[in-house]
Structures are given as structure tokens and as C-alpha cells.
Design a protein around this ligand. Structure first.
Ligand code: 5GP
Ligand code: ZN
Length: 130
């Protein structure tokens, strides 16, 4: 099986990691919707959030840690948590991932979930991990 996110976990493909623990890895989305848009994925390969009974709960502590990090480092004041299930939902990578999309007071509301990004990924990564 050739899975992009399994390869990111193995560091065969580079990513900008912001957090990891024994069950999950979190890294910046390469095409962010908001500044600090992060993907949280389980270390074990699971196709999506509904195909396994426990995978989503296993990564819940990492989701919380990432939320705290984005609040502390970027000043996020809200989040959209999103996990696409199946091609018809728009899922493109078939390794479970939760999009942690930080939100800011200057551009609130679900209608603005896809916003404008001004900083490059390198700068955002430095702000979160530095
Ligand atoms: P999906 O549509 O499957 O829910 O989301 C897949 C996400 O993975 C997209 O937001 C896309 O930008 C992101 N993505 C795809 N390939 C890569 C990659 O190689 N590196 C990173 N960091 N993100 C990726
Ligand atoms: Zn995988």
C-alpha cells in the first residue's frame, strides 16, 4: 500500500510537524485554509474517521493539544474540526485526518472557513514551534 500520510509519518516525505505523541502526528496542511491549518492523523493506517471504531477517539488527546498550541502561539480564538469521509465528501487522502482549522476574530463564521493566507508555511511553522 502506498499511502502519502503513512510516508509522512515515516518521514519519507517532509512535513512541517507541530505536534506528535504515541498515537498521532500533526503537521501543517500544505494548502491551508487559514493560518495554522493543521492535519492530525493516527500513526496507524486507518482509511477514514468512520471505518474504525476507535481511531478518532485515539487521536482526540492530540486534537486538544494542537488546539491549545494554536491558541497559544497564533492567537486562534476558535476552530473548525473537519474530517472528510469518502470521495464524495471531498476526501482525497485515504488515511484518516482531522483538519484543525484555526479561526480568528477578524474573519469569523463558517462561511469564511476558507480564508486568505498571507504568511508562508515556513513562517507559520516557526511561529508555532519556535
Ligand atoms: P482531504 O480532502 O482528503 O480531507 O484533505 C487532504 C488534505 O491534505 C488537503 O487539505 C491537502 O492540502 C493536504 N495535503 C495533500 N498532500 C499533502 C502533502 O504532501 N503534505 C501536506 N502537508 N498536506 C497535504
Ligand atoms: Zn496511511
Amino acid at each position: 500500500m502506498d499511502c502519502l500520510f503513512c510516508r509522512i509519518i515515516e518521514s519519507e516525505i517532509p512535513s512541517k510537524r507541530v505536534f506528535e505523541d504515541e498515537t498521532a502526528v500533526a503537521f501543517l496542511d500544505i494548502n491551508p485554509w487559514q493560518c495554522g491549518h493543521t492535519l492530525v492523523i493516527p500513526r496507524r493506517h486507518v482509511a477514514d474517521a468512520l471505518s474504525d471504531p476507535t481511531a478518532l477517539t485515539e487521536i482526540a488527546p492530540a486534537l486538544r493539544q494542537v488546539g491549545t498550541l494554536l491558541q497559544d502561539k497564533l492567537g486562534a480564538s476558535g476552530f473548525n474540526l473537519l474530517s472528510n469521509v469518502g470521495a464524495d465528501s471531498g476526501q482525497e487522502v485515504f488515511h484518516l485526518h482531522v483538519h484543525v482549522i484555526p479561526r480568528y476574530a477578524d474573519n469569523p463564521g463558517i462561511a469564511h472557513m476558507r480564508g486568505e493566507i498571507t504568511d508562508d508555511l515556513e513562517t507559520i511553522h516557526r511561529r508555532i514551534t519556535g
